[in-house]
Design a protein. Structure first.
Length: 280
């Protein structure tokens, strides 16, 4: 792809670091934002190079959510006919797919959040695995404050992360959830004094993850996400199939040997992916 205008992507060994970089626009989500994010996620997913992804932002706020001017331009919500209203379903499905792609990434996704995380910003961070926040961070389901229902994932994923009563309070009132309360209810893993410290913590966590066997991390993510949405009985059965598919005596030996020898372990990366449609 061409050089992104809404993001910067950097690499530290096996850790990908994706940063929202339109602070002058409060990192709002324009159509370009969605196109670039989708393309970058596909790239990271398919290459197999990344073993963890950190997503951070720049400026005072993580993201102010959807760019409101988008609704008057690129996005048309036609409520004047049943056909137009039906088309809203397909439009939303297209947007939802990008954050679902983030959730389904083959590697863990760690967010470092500063300032305001508003509207679609909340939809986005709910699709991650681990969330760190700076002390000035706050979260707001802003959609209700502008007369609409949050529709890109917050109301579906947030109840899996925090108590339902808190979800309803935030969704019905549009109140801000500050960093310390977000920590108390389990939305974020830890709160740091500064944005820089938050990003450092996210990168450190990513480096630790990257030191483990990538296929075991992949398997752990598969098992955890499956268990979230299924019964214990079904999840245990899935675990048996999963472990039988990816078990590696070599990985176990290497992990134990590296620990004994006090060195970094050496594990194979995830295999690159290519689409069937891209073949000859």
């Amino acid at each position: 792809m061409n050089t992104p205008t809404c993001f910067s992507l950097s690499w530290i060994d096996h850790v990908a670091h994706l940063s929202l970089n339109r602070p002058e626009a409060l990192n709002t989500m324009s159509p370009t934002f969605w196109r670039e994010l989708d393309t970058l996620l596909r790239q990271i997913h398919d290459e197999g190079r990344a073993r963890a992804l950190v997503i951070s932002s720049t400026g005072k706020h993580f993201s102010a959510g959807m760019a409101l001017e988008t609704f008057g331009g690129a996005i048309t919500m036609d409520d004047q006919s049943p056909e137009g209203r039906a088309a809203i379903f397909d439009l939303l499905t297209d947007m939802q797919t990008t954050f679902t792609r983030l959730e389904a990434l083959r590697v863990p996704v760690i967010f470092a959040i500063q300032g305001g995380c508003v509207g679609a910003g909340v939809d986005m961070i709910c699709a991650g695995c681990i969330r760190y926040a700076s002390a000035d961070a706050f979260f707001c389901i802003q959609e209700i404050n502008i007369g609409m229902v949050a529709d890109v994932g917050t109301l579906q994923r947030l109840p899996k992360l925090i108590p339902m009563g808190v979800v309803k309070e935030l969704a019905y009132t549009g109140r801000r959830l500050g960093a310390q309360r977000a920590l108390a209810v389990g939305l974020v893993n830890e709160v740091f004094d500064t944005h820089a410290a938050t990003v450092d913590a996210a990168l450190q966590c990513a480096r630790e993850i990257a030191s483990k066997p990538p296929v075991a991390i992949w398997g752990s993510k598969q098992a955890i996400d499956y268990a979230r949405d299924h019964s214990v009985e079904d999840s245990l059965r899935q675990m048996g199939w999963l472990q039988g598919a990816i078990w590696s005596n070599a990985h176990v030996r290497e992990a134990i040997t590296a620990t004994k020898e006090r060195r970094a372990a050496d594990f194979a990366p995830l295999a690159p992916l290519s689409s069937f449609r891209d073949g000859a």
